[in-house]
Design a protein around this ligand. Structure first.
Ligand SMILES: [Ca+2]
Ligand SMILES: [Ca+2]
Length: 243
């Protein structure tokens, strides 16, 4: 077990190292590391042995590295995304993990800062309620596409990161955070803000409550606008984490 003063010394050394790196690589000046829960990232790590400083520097110098973990006992370094080793990080109280944030946006958890929005695209389709719960697990909410002026471009920019469109048919829609589950025809965003049926974010002829079975809202890639949709259908979704 590492005693507390030594732990703080290690952190100090690490921070000095990052400061030096940031000064040398100006494109990394935004890098800011926060200690994070191990279980959030451990499955995607592989490791090698080195010092805590080397571990942090290795991650800091790679643009695709957004997190690393370090064992004070075995001096093992686990860098997210490195698949050159087959070792897997096992949970231990002696392992500390650090993740990259930008502002308060957790880049280490695959969130991206796009147009001032901290957003994450989930590419495994889920139903509306399950999608909403998945966002809640990150203390986020399904994306708020309230106005075309302010909310459309960040959304398109996020999709462009993933090369969308085109999409296969079953991935042509993405849940956003509005529904009329409480009162038919009266859509509200998850923060309680009304989504008027006359708003210009709706596609032509939407919302239409097709077959009296459309109480949730998707962003429809085909029209680049919103559409009310059956809540049980499984689609992609975007979580938004308010900064
Ligand atoms: Ca409805
Ligand atoms: Ca509809």
């Amino acid at each position: 077990m590492v005693n507390e003063p030594f732990r703080f010394f290690l952190l100090f050394v690490l921070e000095v190292s990052w400061f030096v790196n940031a000064a040398r690589c100006t494109n990394l000046h935004f890098r800011e590391w926060h200690q994070i829960k191990n279980e959030k990232v451990m499955t995607s790590f592989s490791g090698w042995t080195g010092s805590l400083t080397e571990c942090g520097s290795t991650c800091d110098q790679r643009s695709d590295c957004t997190a690393f973990c370090y064992s004070d006992i075995t001096s093992s370094c686990y860098v997210k995304g490195d698949m050159t080793s087959q070792q897997q990080l096992t949970h231990s109280s002696n392992v500390r993990c650090f993740g990259l944030v930008q502002g308060t946006c957790p880049l280490w958890d695959d969130y991206k800062l796009v147009g001032g929005r901290c957003v994450k695209l989930f590419t495994d389709p889920l139903g509306y309620v399950e999608s909403r719960e998945r966002c809640s697990a990150d203390e986020a909410h399904l994306y708020h596409f309230k106005t075309r002026l302010e909310d459309e471009q960040p959304f398109l920019d996020l999709l462009a990161v993933y090369g969308f469109p085109p999409l296969p048919y079953n991935k042509i829609a993405l849940w956003v955070g509005a529904d009329d589950l409480q009162s038919e025809g009266n859509f509200v965003w998850s923060d309680g803000t009304p989504l008027a049926n006359s708003a210009d974010v709706w596609g032509v002829g939407e919302p239409n409550n097709y077959y009296q079975n459309e109480d949730c809202v998707v962003y429809w890639i085909g029209s680049y606008l919103l559409n009310d949709f059956p809540c049980t259908r499984e689609t992609l979704f975007v979580c938004q984490l308010d900064l």
